[in-house]
Design a protein around this ligand. Structure first.
Ligand SMILES: Cc1cc2nc3c(=O)[nH]c(=O)nc-3n(C[C@H](O)[C@H](O)[C@H](O)COP(=O)(O)OP(=O)(O)OC[C@H]3O[C@@H](n4cnc5c(N)ncnc54)[C@H](O)[C@@H]3O)c2cc1C
Ligand code: SF4
Length: 278
C-alpha cells in the first residue's frame, strides 16, 4: 500500500478514486482497511492540506476532537459532544471531518454480512440482534449513526465547505435507497475542508451510553437555542443524524422490538437538555 502526502488540497482531491482513499486520523479507516471492508491501494494523507484549528466560527476539517473539546470559543454542545466521544487517545487522532464520515458500527455490516447497506436485499438487523439500532428512518437499513459531534452540529445549524460546494450539514446525509446505498451525499473525490458553526444563545449535548465513558451513543441529544428557535438533534437513533421538529416526534418513531427502549431513553434526555438551554 502506498501513502501519498500531497502538498495542496487540489492535489489531494485529484489523487482520490481508482483505489485511493482519503486518510484523516485513520481511527476509523485503518480498522476498515485491516478488515478488508474498505479496499484501497493508496492512502491520501490529508494532514498537511486540510485546514486545522478554529478561527471565529470556522473550524478546519482537520481539527482533532481533542482540540475541539478544549476550545472555549466553540459552542458548548460541540465541545461536550467531542469530549463524550471515544477515548482520549482516539480523540487526539480523530479529526472532525473524519468523524462526520465514519462508517456505521452495525455489527452485521462490520462482519461483512451481505446486507442492504453492502448492496444486498436484506437488513439482517431487523430480524437479528438490534439493541443498538435505529428508531427512525429504519425501513431499509436500521443502523444508528455513531457520531456525537454530527448531532451537535446539526442542532447548531452548521454548514460545510467542501472542495466543490457549500452545504448545510443536514444535506451531507441521506437515507439509503434501492438505487443508492450511500449514507452521505459526498461525491467521489470530494473533501470536507471546513465547517462554519454559528454561536447559539445556549446549547448542550447529553448522551446515554452503556458505560459512562468510551462508548457509542445509545441516544445522544443535542439542543441549541438560537433566538426564539430551539433545535433538537439526535445521535444513535437513525442511520443518519436526526433532526426533530419537536419532542413530540418521538411519538411517531418506528422502533424495532429491541430498540423501543431508546424512545423512552430519549424523552427525559430531551427534557433535561431543553431545561438546560432555557
Ligand atoms: C473504539 C472507538 C470508539 C469510538 N467512539 C466514538 C463515540 O463515542 N462517538 C463518536 O462520535 N465517534 C466515536 N468513534 C469514532 C471516532 O470519533 C472516529 O473514528 C474519528 O473521529 C474519525 O476521524 P479520523 O480523522 O480518524 O477519520 P479517518 O478514519 O481517517 O477517516 C474516516 C472516513 O472519513 C474520510 N475522511 C476523513 N477526512 C476527510 C475529509 N476531510 N474529507 C473527506 N473525507 C474524509 C476517510 O476517507 C474515511 O472514509 C469511535 C471510534 C472507535 C475506533
Ligand atoms: S442495519 Fe444497515 S448496516 Fe446493519 S444489517 Fe441492516 S442494512 Fe446492514
Amino acid at each position: 500500500m502506498q501513502l501519498l502526502r500531497p502538498d495542496s488540497l487540489e492535489a489531494a482531491a485529484a489523487a482520490l478514486g481508482n483505489g485511493s482513499v482519503a486518510l484523516g486520523g485513520g481511527t476509523d479507516l485503518v480498522p476498515l482497511l485491516r478488515d478488508r471492508i474498505v479496499q484501497a491501494d493508496t492512502l491520501v494523507e490529508l494532514r498537511d492540506v486540510v485546514p486545522r484549528g478554529v478561527e471565529g466560527t470556522t473550524i478546519g476539517a482537520g481539527t482533532t476532537l481533542a482540540e475541539l473539546e478544549l476550545n472555549t470559543e466553540i459552542p458548548q454542545a460541540l465541545r461536550e459532544a467531542c469530549s463524550l466521544s471515544a477515548s482520549p487517545q482516539l480523540r487526539s487522532m480523530g479529526t472532525i471531518g473524519g468523524n462526520l464520515l465514519q462508517a456505521t458500527r452495525c455489527w452485521y455490516w462490520r462482519l461483512k454480512y451481505p446486507c442492504f447497506l453492502h448492496g444486498g436485499s436484506t437488513c439482517h438487523a431487523r430480524e437479528g440482534a438490534h439493541r443498538e439500532h435505529a428508531i427512525f428512518g429504519n425501513e431499509r437499513c436500521a443502523s444508528a449513526h455513531p457520531s456525537d459531534p454530527a448531532a451537535a452540529l446539526l442542532a447548531l445549524g452548521a454548514t460545510l465547505r467542501t472542495t466543490r460546494r457549500e452545504l448545510p450539514l443536514a444535506e451531507l446525509y441521506r437515507l439509503p435507497t434501492e438505487d443508492d446505498r450511500n449514507l452521505t451525499t459526498l461525491e467521489p473525490g470530494e473533501l470536507i475542508v471546513e465547517l462554519d458553526v454559528p454561536q447559539p444563545e445556549a446549547s448542550t449535548y447529553l448522551k446515554a451510553m452503556d458505560r459512562s465513558r468510551f462508548s457509542f451513543a445509545l441516544v445522544g441529544v443535542a439542543v441549541a437555542r438560537v433566538g426564539a428557535e430551539t433545535r433538537v438533534a439526535l445521535a444513535g437513533v437513525a442511520p443518519i443524524p436526526w433532526l426533530l421538529d419537536s419532542p413530540d416526534d418521538l411519538d411517531r418513531a418506528t422502533p424495532l422490538p429491541g430498540t423501543a427502549y431508546k424512545v423512552e431513553l430519549a424523552r427525559p434526555l430531551i427534557r433535561r437538555a431543553l431545561d438546560a438551554v432555557a
